[in-house]
Every structure is written in C-alpha cells, then in structure tokens.
Design a protein around this ligand. Structure first.
Ligand SMILES: NC(=O)c1ccc[n+]([C@@H]2O[C@H](COP(=O)([O-])OP(=O)(O)OC[C@H]3O[C@@H](n4cnc5c(N)ncnc54)[C@H](OP(=O)(O)O)[C@@H]3O)[C@@H](O)[C@H]2O)c1
Length: 288
C-alpha cells in the first residue's frame, strides 16, 4: 500500500521566494513530505544549493529551479511556461515572495513601490489565474498566499506594503469561498514580525518592529503548512499575533494606525543592540 509520502512523490509544489526566509522553510517542509519542488526566486545559486541538499536528504524525483524577477510584468506567464516546458503539473501553489519599502509615502520611490505592487499583488494574482484552471479540471489543488498581521490594520511608514497584504487576505478569503466544495482550498498565512531578511531589505531594520520580539521562520512556515494541509482559510501565526489581530477588530482604525506607526519608527535603543540589523539567514548556510 502507498504511504502518504509515496503519494506525494506524484505531487509538485511551486514556491515563490524559495531562496530565503519563509520560502526556504516551506521548501524543507514539502520536501520532507515527499513533494517535488519548483523553486522560484532571483538567487539561482542559493536555490540550487537548497535543491541539492533537499534532493539528497529526501530522494525527491524532480526539483526545478526557475530564476525569475517577479516584479517583471511578464514574470508570471514565463514561470507558467517554464513549468509546462518541464512537463510538470502544479498541485500546490505557494505565493510567498514579497517585499516592502520603509518610509513616508511622500518621500519613497514610486518605481520601487510599483515594483512591490507587482511582486506582492499582481504576480501572485496572475500565477493563481494561470494555475487554477488546471486544478479546477482535476478538482484538486491547494493555494497558500502570504498575507500578514498588517493585513488587518493600516501601516504608516509601510503604506504600500500594508495595503498589498490587506489585498492578499481579502483576495484569499474571497477565492476560498468561491472554491468551496471544488476540492481546491485557499489559505492565507498571516505572520507577525519575523526573523528573516524582510526588514533589512525594506530598509526597516532599525525600527521598533524589527527589534522587538520576532517569530522564527521555521515556526511560521510550519503553521502555514499545517493550515494549508487542513484546508483552513486563514491562519495567524503565533499567540501574540492572534491576540493582536483579534483586538484590532475592537480598535478604531486611526488608533491602530498610530500604534503601527510607533512600531515602524526608529528604535532609539537599536544602535546598541543590533547596529547592522542582521537577520537569521544573512550569513547562514541555507542547509542549516
Ligand atoms: N518577515 C516578516 O516579518 C513577514 C511578516 C509577514 C509577512 N511576511 C511576508 O512573507 C513573505 C516572505 O518574506 P520573508 O520574511 O521570508 O522575506 P525574505 O527573507 O526577504 O525573503 C523574500 C523572498 O522573496 C524573494 N523575492 C524578493 N523579491 C523578489 C523578486 N523581485 N523576484 C523574485 N523573488 C523575489 C527573495 O528571493 P531573491 O532575493 O532570491 O529573489 C526571497 O526568497 C513575503 O511575502 C512577506 O511580505 C513577512
């Protein structure tokens, strides 16, 4: 009789942003359960190294590495085409790649923000549009979208990022309802501030949020993975974040905005504790 792991050997997950942070942790979790992997990001070498390591550890049948800058308008279609050219079918789609930019909207760079909207919203929507019809034909599929605790509240100093995550939560929950009873589930994962490269890349390493208590990416990814496997519509990762998002329902939006602004301002104590704003995967080997 086939075990669950044997059955998964016939299944493939596509993970965007698989070269770092949560995406790398998702790749490890899916590989452990026997899924074939399609890893998508810009850092080809990091993904190759991760792919080799996971193939050795778990004897996977296929690992496909796709180098793509998902801020490009054509990116989703090109990724879809590469998956087809490789003769693979995507059973699970993980829309994980994302980025933010810190600063007052009247000062931040519009081109960078348009790229973030493309990366955080348009590309995941387009990937979903492209892969969903095949899932629908098979009456089988799972989609995991990265939202955030900021999906529930305005985010001063990260206005575009926060709005993009509100979009992803709303989009996921609407799709989840539309796809009820089709065999396809859509899950939104809402992490709080976490120990990845995210804050540093957003130019927000010196904020109170980045220097407060951070979730570990392994734990966040596991929460998302388990919720996805159960077909849950929404998972807020971590008790503190669950309490924050629940209490956000009771607070006026402008009070939430003020509290978020405080978190996203410079942490005066930061210079001493974390002068370079290092994150977990900065120098670390991807196979640890
Ligand atoms: N960390 C947090 O506090 C936090 C909290 C809530 C939600 N999230 C969300 O979680 C997701 C993953 O973030 P993370 O924390 O793991 O951040 P991360 O450590 O910065 O990783 C981001 C991943 O996205 C990829 N990526 C970034 N820009 C890309 C582009 N233009 N094209 C293709 N891939 C790109 C990166 O790969 P390359 O650089 O190799 O392209 C990397 O693999 C994001 O959607 C983020 O918004 C993060």
């Amino acid at each position: 009789m086939k075990t669950m792991k044997d059955k998964n050997k016939e299944k493939t997950v596509l993970i965007t942003g698989a070269s770092n942070g949560f995406g790398m942790e998702f790749a490890k979790l899916f590989a452990k359960d026997g899924y074939n992997l399609v890893l998508v990001a810009r850092s080809t070498e990091r993904m190759r190294k991760l792919g080799h390591y996971l193939q050795d550890q778990h004897l996977l049948e296929h690992i496909c590495i796709i180098t793509a800058d998902l801020t490009r308008l054509e990116a989703a279609r090109e990724v879809y085409q590469e998956v087809h050219n490789a003769g693979l079918q995507v059973d699970v789609l993980v829309n994980n790649a994302g980025a933010g930019v810190h600063g007052m909207f009247f000062e931040t760079d519009l081109e960078r923000e348009k790229a973030i909207i493309q990366l955080n919203i348009t590309t995941p929507v387009e990937l979903t549009k492209l892969f969903l019809p095949e899932m629908k034909q098979r009456s089988d599929g799972k989609i995991l979208n990265l939202a955030s605790v900021v999906s529930f509240m305005p985010s001063p100093l990260m206005a575009i990022y926060g709005a993009s995550k509100a979009f992803m939560l709303s989009f996921s929950e609407a799709l989840s309802n539309e796809l009820k009873d089709t065999g396809i589930t859509v899950t939104a994962l809402c992490p709080g501030p976490s120990n990845t490269m995210f804050f540093r890349r957003a130019g927000a390493a010196h904020t109170r949020a980045a220097n407060g208590s951070l979730s570990e990416p392994e734990e966040v990814a596991l929460d998302g993975y388990e919720a996805l496997m159960k077909g849950e519509t929404r998972i807020v990762s971590g008790l503190k974040n669950k309490l924050q998002t629940t209490s956000s329902n009771l607070m006026p939006d402008m009070a939430l905005a003020a509290s978020m602004r405080h978190l996203m301002e410079e942490d005066p104590a930061e210079e001493e504790t974390n002068p370079t704003g290092t994150a977990k995967y900065d120098e670390e080997e991807i196979t640890q």
